[in-house]
Write a protein that binds this ligand. Structure first.
Ligand code: CP3
Length: 342
């Protein structure tokens, strides 16, 4: 189907666009009362993720209510470990918890390389969302980067340091590579399925990239992200490696189209380090706690620093749950109204 608004996709491919496109990480859920209503009716997070009709509804909400230039499918990065054989639970206010976790080579017997069909509910939600969007805006598919998924599988829950996962890289590098390759192969199957079902672009979230040294990042993370990017040929790819300011130059060597920046990364320095890629980001989500005038000023400053080309406006990480909707709208409207001069 022909897209009515393809600004986001054209910008992702590096083409010139009339204005900078905008969407927000974690735009689906969290801040919208309309989301909370659907979430309450579903009962819990996993039911919402596993019911395509509901996932479709909350995926489309920010397109209709906020006016963003792209939708992102409502799911979670932790569906991959579950498909591989390691269930997760989403505890209220605590976040994800794995009842069992991977600690030894023996534990790998619990796991298998998953096929796309083992996540049929996500594929169905993508197909249903595409149908309901009827070409209004493009749909983003996503997965976690193998290193970030590995971290949760080893740690069994969120962590500030992920030191158990890092310990594994130092003490059992061969085992670590074995598990990272299984996650990578599962992710490739999954993302290929997402593209087949209608995803127009895929984004890889490496939320825990920033805790590795540059050498470890190259060996245990980027290597696998690069395999994924090479395997997905039919749509543009975005890599968001949170905190990995040291890996920006290395992003030139992988086959992604877009590189996500967090707010710690200087914009002009990033342009210099990654000249060939489209950049996405990078306003501090906390900037949205300011007044409407503050939000507008910060957003314009960001737009000026990126310039008119090769930029997709976003935050430097996901929206925080207590952000006011009118501040989010102000960010989006400022981007949509802004025109670069000269
Ligand atoms: O961007 C979107 O709106 C699409 C949906 C989306 C969710 N999770 C829904 C969600 C996406 C893209 C994710 C990715 C994700 N999940 C990441 C990578 C991005 C990042 O934030 O760094 C990570 C690390 C996770 C794992 C995860 N999921 C955690 C740590 C938590 C609990 C804490 C939190 O952030 O809320 C979740 C839960 C989760 N995933 C919620 C949503 C809307 C909130 C749960 C709820 O509604 O009950």
């Amino acid at each position: 189907m022909q897209l009515k608004n393809d600004l986001f996709l054209r910008a992702a491919r590096g083409e010139k666009v009339e204005r900078t496109p905008v969407w927000l990480m974690r735009q689906a859920g969290r801040i919208l009362p309309e989301y909370r209503q659907v979430r309450a009716a579903a009962g819990d997070f996993k039911t919402l993720v596993k019911t395509p009709e509901l996932a479709t509804e909350v995926t489309i909400q920010p397109v209709d209510i906020l006016g963003v230039d792209a939708a992102i499918i409502f799911s979670d990065i932790l569906v991959i470990p579950e498909a591989m054989g390691l269930n997760y639970e989403m505890e209220e206010r605590r976040g994800p918890v794995f009842p069992k976790r991977i600690a030894t080579r023996e534990d790998l017997k619990m796991l298998h390389v998953s096929e796309a069909e083992e996540l049929q509910y996500v594929l169905d939600a993508i197909a249903m969302t595409k149908k309901h969007l009827s070409g209004k805006v493009p749909l983003i598919g996503f997965a976690g980067a193998p290193w970030t998924i590995f971290s949760y599988m080893i740690e069994g829950k969120g962590s500030k340091t992920f030191s158990d996962a890092k310990k594994m890289l130092y003490t059992q590098p061969e085992f670590s590579h074995q598990l990272l390759q299984m996650i990578t192969d599962s992710t490739i199957n999954y993302l290929k399925g997402q593209v087949k079902s209608g995803a127009d672009l895929v984004q890889i979230f490496d939320s825990w990239a920033g805790i590795l040294s540059p050498q470890q990042y190259a060996e245990f993370s980027l290597k696998y992200i690069s395999q994924i990017c090479d395997a997905i040929r039919d749509v543009p790819k975005t890599v968001f490696a949170k905190g990995a300011f040291f890996a920006r130059e290395a992003m030139n060597s992988i086959s992604c189209n877009v590189v996500g920046l967090d707010w710690n990364m200087d914009i002009s320095e990033s342009r210099r380090l990654v000249p060939g890629k489209v950049l996405q980001g990078n306003l501090d989500p906390c900037a949205l706690y300011g007044s409407l005038a503050d939000v507008k000023r910060e957003t314009v400053n960001m737009l000026k620093a990126f310039g008119p080309d090769k930029h997709i406006a976003n935050l430097g990480h996901g929206l925080y749950p207590d952000t006011e909707v009118d501040k989010v709208k102000c960010f989006i409207d400022t981007v949509k109204e802004y025109r670069h001069h000269g």
